[in-house]
Ligand binder design. Structure first.
Ligand SMILES: [Zn+2]
Length: 1009
């Protein structure tokens, strides 16, 4: 466990001593490679002089032209090669030296080093970084570490006698009492260093100079350092797995958003783009990967160890957060189409063909995006690599994309179609970033939404190209639009975009990566693309990417280019792109559009799930939106209507006659909900019962979702919402079913402990019975799975709901499958699509035998996807002791990986029998989880929202508020917003149960009588 950061003093010294010989050799080696690289890449680098000189800056002893590069502190060339001096003193980590005495202990001040943002005085040009991760722990102390050295060439743009560069949790080597050395390029006069220190809070290495750096001049800053190769999933870190009983170590990286500074000192802000020349030293027989293609591999002996020194082609000019460094003994599968594509994974996984699906679709998806953006992929290769321990789902490092194993690897025997879809959409998401995000990067983290929302939206387009038969584009409604609606309907939501100055600290940056950024971002960009039309949208995108390639932008730059495309193509809009989009980006929430078909009036209002909640956040637009409305009247699509103010004029919609209905927000292209007058609701319900198929399938799903949420907001009666599910007994499509089940989930959460539960079960049983029979029939008594992608999803729904509501024949079916497996553990007869459902239902029905078997299979599972299914199913048991045992496992990384701990606790909390246990567990262990495990392990936002979602009583609310005050000092990190949301949600739940219980119970009783 990576407790804290700094290696203890003794370990540090041992590490450095071990490193000393290596560093000398590395310097010698990297000199040669740097020179070679400099020669090879001169043309690619805008400022060849500083870059070339930087390279030679590392080669004082081999070059005759180093005069200008001699460090001013020593005046001798040997000053650049500390290890040749034969002393270790110069390499002692800062924590053991006297330098720490210089760290100011005062509270944050106006000093530049107490500011979270870098001053705009220096701009990096290029880095030469050499790193050597040790894949064996120190034999005496058991600590894994890496050694490294870095030289960054930067330009002074504003006179200053201060250098601030990010550095976090690194032990910087001191020479002559300073933690860095400053060199000048050419004839540049180099100021002498006054003092250096680490400013730990703001994560800076601070270098004060005796005189000023001159604007226009280039300098090189050289550092050597040791860092812990911890298993903390941040920066350069360690991941472990077992292969044939042997523990294997992977050194891998996650720089995004602010962890590059934990790997080497760097100007760690997205706009501080630079060229990176990377060299990795690694055990012979292992493979080193980075953003650029490997250009040279040299085997040698360092410190008596057989190592390989791998150099990589220079990167493009890019942000630090996109760097990637990996050493492993992985292997790959390759396809060399237009671009070299490699899928990397554990040897066994590749041998078993689990990288083949990713390989089959990566090339086509990459080509799709080249065509979509109309900009060629700028790199020479695209690596995708599957990692055993990974915090995020995947990370778009430029040229070397990292994934959780479950997201990249696909096994046709074990993976479900949902797994396959995840692989396709996540590859598409990451590859979309290669242009939008990497080639052109947002200037600062306040506009994360544009980067993530965009990639999330177009991931459906990329996946659709790879798998055209899936109809995957429609699924954005369930996965992103509904997800966004649910959090954005709270008064505690926030606008997509924040002010740059409001997002400065690393934890504030981390908080930006939430459902609003991803899912609302995707939803509003999909709306934008729809009202502009896709050709206009991509035309604007293309000139945006062209204009700002290798640069940073703000969101308005995109609006500007979309506007140019609008003007060029003569597209008619009521206002400019910026004016329309500002309403959706700069104010939180979304409208409910109210349509009265008897008066023809249409109006809008900020939709709040809890109508009594108080909106404290002011909006520059007074919570009014410019709403593009696609609609249909009695089966005929009408032309788009723009709602520009709070209440629209009478021209829309025209009065309807008889049973004619109006359907607004066709295919949910708009990010808003819709309410109608009672008559129109009646007409829609009649249409669903008579012939539901004339209403588009997405809208059938939406009618249900809107109705349930409008009822929550007290805009329609809850019985009207329930009535939208009455036609389901004849519905066979996935999306409406899923939408209904998602919404009824809330009823289950609220009513599990009440007598409404039984009526709810009876009603749903009645509705799902025909669906269960339908799938039994089309699969010829379950002998195969249905053909269609979403049909396969709905088969899972049919079995899950049928089994949980007690439809005849369902539990016998799933139990018999599970028991066949227990009898022959090597022959699992359960289809991959159905495994989660069948495992869960069998473990819930069974006792410790079934649980222990499940646990054994979980520990034996060599495929992460299979392990994940077992991991969630183990939480389905009704046995209190088993649930308690399982909770304890989440704090033991040898049983449950740190990356999975949050999920396991939330799974247990989702089980009615585990809910209280999980909450008690989190309250008891919060401090330990927060301080010992930290934000790199637990996803505290998901943990809090997952664990509190069924809270609906006054005592639960009190507990939650108590939890907030008890832990105020320890803090909630990225979970702070989630906690506020949880309190608000609980209050709304309490109110909802009080107000609705009787009405719902009566309705269900009548329907099931
Ligand atoms: Zn992304």
């Amino acid at each position: 466990m990576g407790k804290g950061f700094y290696i203890s003093k003794t370990v540090g010294i041992v590490g450095i001593v071990l490193a000393a010989g290596a560093v000398a050799t590395i310097i010698a080696l990297s000199v040669v490679y740097s020179q070679e690289k400099a020669k090879n890449n001169e043309n690619e680098v805008q400022l060849t002089t500083p870059r070339t000189t930087a390279a030679t800056g590392l080669v004082p002893t081999t070059s005759g032209t180093i005069t200008g590069l001699v460090p001013t502190t020593s005046g001798t060339i040997t000053g650049l090669v500390p290890t040749t001096s034969g002393t270790i003193t110069g390499l002692v980590p800062t924590t053991s030296g006297t330098i720490t005495g210089l760290v100011p202990t005062t509270a944050p001040s106006n000093e530049p080093w107490d500011q979270w943002r870098l001053p705009q005085t220096l701009l990096p040009e290029s880095y030469n970084v050499t790193l050597w991760p040790r894949l064996q722990p120190d034999p005496n102390l058991g600590v894994y570490y890496f050694t490294g050295m870095s030289s960054v060439v930067f330009k002074c743009v504003q006179e200053t006698d201060l250098i601030l560069i990010h550095s976090n949790k690194l032990n910087l080597t001191s020479t002559d009492g300073y933690q860095a050395r400053l060199l000048g390029l050419g004839t540049t006069v180099v100021p002498t260093i006054q003092k250096t220190w680490m400013q730990e809070t703001t994560q800076y290495l601070v270098i004060e100079l005796k005189s000023k750096l001159k604007p226009g001049d280039f300098y090189a800053l050289y550092t050597e350092f040791v860092g812990e190769l911890a298993d903390d999933l941040a920066g350069f870190y360690r991941s472990e797995y077992n292969e044939n009983g042997v523990k294997k170590i992977v050194a891998t990286s996650q720089m995004h958003p602010t962890h590059a500074r934990k790997t080497f000192p760097c100007f760690d802000e997205p706009a501080m783009r630079a060229v990176f020349n990377i060299t990795l030293v690694h055990d012979m027989g292992t493979v080193a990967l980075s953003n650029g293609m490997e250009t040279e591999k040299v085997d040698t002996i360092l410190e008596g160890q057989a190592v390989t020194v791998t150099t990589f082609e220079s990167t493009k000019k890019m942000s630090t957060y996109l760097l990637a460094l990996i050493v492993s003994d992985y292997t790959n599968v390759i396809s060399a189409e237009q671009t070299l594509i490699r899928i990397w994974a554990r040897k066994k996984a590749i041998e078993d063909g689990h990288g083949d699906y990713a390989l089959r679709i990566t090339g086509p998806i990459l080509m799709f995006f080249e065509k979509y953006y109309n900009v060629p992929y700028p790199l020479s290769k695209s690596d995708q690599i599957a990692l055993p321990d990974f915090y995020f789902g995947a990370m778009e490092n430029w040229g070397l994309v990292t994934y959780r194993e479950t997201n990249l690897l696909y096994d046709s025997v074990i993976s479900s179609n949902a797994n396959k879809e995840k692989t396709a959409t996540i590859i598409a998401h990451e590859l979309a970033h290669m242009w939008f995000g990497n080639l052109v990067t947002l200037r600062w983290w306040n506009e994360v939404w544009l980067n993530e929302g965009f990639a999330s939206y177009v991931s459906y387009l990329g996946a659709d190209f790879a798998e055209p038969s899936w109809n995957v584009k429609d699924l954005i409604i369930l996965k992103d639009v509904h997800r966004a609606f649910s959090v954005d309907a709270l008064a505690s939501s926030h606008p997509l975009s924040s002010k740059e100055e409001d997002i400065t600290k690393p934890e504030q940056i981390s908080e930006q990566f939430d459902a609003v950024s991803y899912s609302k971002g995707a939803s509003v960009l999909r709306m934008l693309s729809d009202f502009l039309t896709e050709p206009v949208f991509v035309q604007g995108l293309n000139t945006y990417l062209d204009t700002f390639a290798y640069q940073n932008t703000v969101g308005e730059d995109l609006w500007k280019h979309l506007q140019i495309a609008v003007d060029k193509t003569g597209t008619v809009l009521p206002l400019s792109v910026k004016e329309i989009m500002d309403r959706w980006v700069l104010q939180m929430g979304f409208p409910v559009v109210m349509v009265n078909t008897t008066t023809g009036q249409v109006s809008q209002k900020h939709f709040l799930l809890d109508p009594d909640s108080i909106v404290e956040r002011p909006s520059p637009f007074n919570y009014e939106w410019i709403v593009p409305i696609n609609w249909m009247k009695a089966e005929v699509e009408q032309s788009r209507f723009w709602l520009l103010e709070r209440t629209g004029i009478n021209e829309f919609p025209q009065n309807t006659t008889g049973n004619e209905w109006v359907l607004v927000n066709l295919n949910i292209t708009g990010y808003f909900r819709v309410n109608y007058d009672t008559d129109n609701w009646e007409h829609l319900l009649n249409q669903l019962t008579e012939n539901h198929k004339v209403i588009p399938v997405i809208n059938r799903a939406q009618i249900v979702d809107d109705a349930f949420n409008l009822a929550r907001a007290k805009m329609i009666p809850v019985t009207l919402a329930l009535s939208t599910t009455k036609y389901l007994f004849q519905e066979r499509e996935y999306m409406p079913w899923q939408s209904a089940l998602d919404n009824l989930d809330y009823f289950y959460l609220m009513f599990t402990q009440t007598d409404v539960y039984g009526f709810l079960q009876n009603y749903l049983k009645k509705q799902v019975t025909p669906l269960f029979a339908y799938f039994k029939n089309i699969t010829e008594d379950w002998s195969h799975v249905p053909f269609g992608h979403t049909e396969q999803y709905n088969q899972v729904n049919a079995i899950r709901v049928a089994c949980s509501t007690g439809v005849d024949g369902c539990q016998n079916l799933t139990l018999s499958w599970f028991r066949q497996w227990m009898d022959l553990p090597n022959h699992n007869p359960i289809h991959p699509n159905l495994r989660s459902t069948v495992y869960c239902s069998a473990i819930a029905a069974g006792g410790s035998d079934e649980w222990d078997f499940g646990w054994q299979m979980f520990k034996n599972a060599t495929i992460a996807i299979e392990a994940d299914k077992l991991m969630s199913s183990l939480s389905c048991t009704k046995d209190r002791n088993l649930l308690e045992r399982y909770l304890e496992y989440t704090l033991d990384a040898s049983k449950i990986r740190k990356q999975d701990a949050t999920s396991v606790i939330v799974y247990i909390a989702s089980n009615p029998d585990g809910q209280t246990l999980a909450w008690e567990f989190v309250r008891k262990n919060w401090e330990y989880m927060f301080t010992e495990y930290g934000v790199g392990s637990f996803n505290f936002a998901n943990l809090i929202s997952g664990i509190t979602k069924s809270f609906s009583t006054e005592s639960e609310l009190e507990q939650l508020q108590q939890f907030k005050s008890d832990n105020a000092e320890i803090g909630f990190g990225p979970g702070a917003t989630a906690l506020e949301q949880a309190i608000e949600t609980t209050k709304a739940n309490i109110k909802w149960v009080t107000e609705n219980l009787t009405e719902i119970k009566d309705w269900l009783m009548a329907e099931t009588a």
